[in-house]
Design a protein around this ligand. Sequence first.
Ligand SMILES: *Cc1c(COP(=O)(O)O)cnc(C)c1O
Length: 424
Amino acid sequence: MDHFLYRNGILHAEDVPLPEIAASVGTPVYVYSTATLTRHFQVFSDALAGMPHLICYAMKANSNQAVLRVMAGLGAGMDVVSGGEYRRAKAAGVPGERIVFSGVGKTREEMTLALEGGIRQFNVESEPELLALDEVARGLGLRAPVAIRVNPDVDAKTHAKIATGKSENKFGIPIARAREVYAEAARLEGIEITGIDVHIGSQLTGLAPYEAAFTRVADLTEALRADGHSITRLDLGGGLGIPYRRANEAPPLPFDYGEVIRRTVGHLGCEIEIEPGRLIAGNAGILLTEVIYLKKGEGRDFLIVDSAMNDLIRPAMYDAWHDIVPVVEATPGAELRPFDVVGPVCESGDTFARARDLPDAAAGDLLAFRSAGAYGAVMASEYNSRPLIPEVLVSGDQFAVVRARPSFEEMLARDSIPPWLSET
Ligand SMILES: *Cc1c(COP(=O)(O)O)cnc(C)c1O
């Protein structure tokens, strides 16, 4: 459920009519709903009720400072994957004790930043990383709290580019080698073992892979405890899928995901951490765009819109589907016909939808791409020298620009001319 609904035939974000945002901020623009973000956090919180837990929002899904403030205000921790994200989390008021640091390529600079600024735990993904972290921590006279990310060799049954839990993926250490690596970690003075971490992929549409992975984590917890390690936290990652195609997708509910957690690891007395990103932010955002041209083609018509693959890359990158709806509701029973919805970028990949059944549309009409709140703005680029598009946060009947559209002058000012070219 989200808070993008028609009222009197006009699509609203909470209590704000979208045409009002388009008129005030211009298109294309990302629009986020505070009530939806809040609701999604609450749903996870309810699903884990009764178990000690921390929901660490995977901020790579949407790291706008305003979104982070909403999450921080709800008591969320953060899952960060870079020094930049760590700084963003801190800037949004999240204390270090609520930040977990994931990622296969943490640099020594990033380790230092997090150790000095405070960190709940590093999710360590390899032995070389473990050794580097030990060295950095000892150099600072500190001990680094660590969970080791294990790769459970489970097929998450999701798109290949976002599956992370099979042995051929670059993530984590093979679960079969975990005891050996924990033994090594226990010998390192700069390392303090706190738990186990696992994350098998993103946009999971079934619970069976979680059940398999968490069962392996439970077995490993008992084996590691028998080896004398103190395992007090289990970080179970993120990845729960969302319905991008409302008409025919029904991914598992957070409540049932919570039941899987309870059933597989609930008896271990560990504090549970989860790292949802997409499910928190995905359906809390839309991309609002305007039709520039209706172009008649051979056998199909094109709706050429003012947003493009540089603004929302998911269709080009993951063959992703986004529901597309007109901001002015079609009259009931209006005939639908197939359109290709495309952007202005000079690549055929710049296609949001092929042969999508839509009500008739014309230049100047506003459309909304639904489910664009996660992995949308954060993956945007300035390809084709298209400025990054603005982001707006709605709360009730209020809205505010939370990232402004840069000017062309600002874009140009980031380039510089070397001295040997500046003579002319
Ligand atoms: C991407 C990622 C997440 C979040 O995944 P979602 O599918 O957005 O929930 C969580 N943890 C780690 C380690 C990740 O890389």
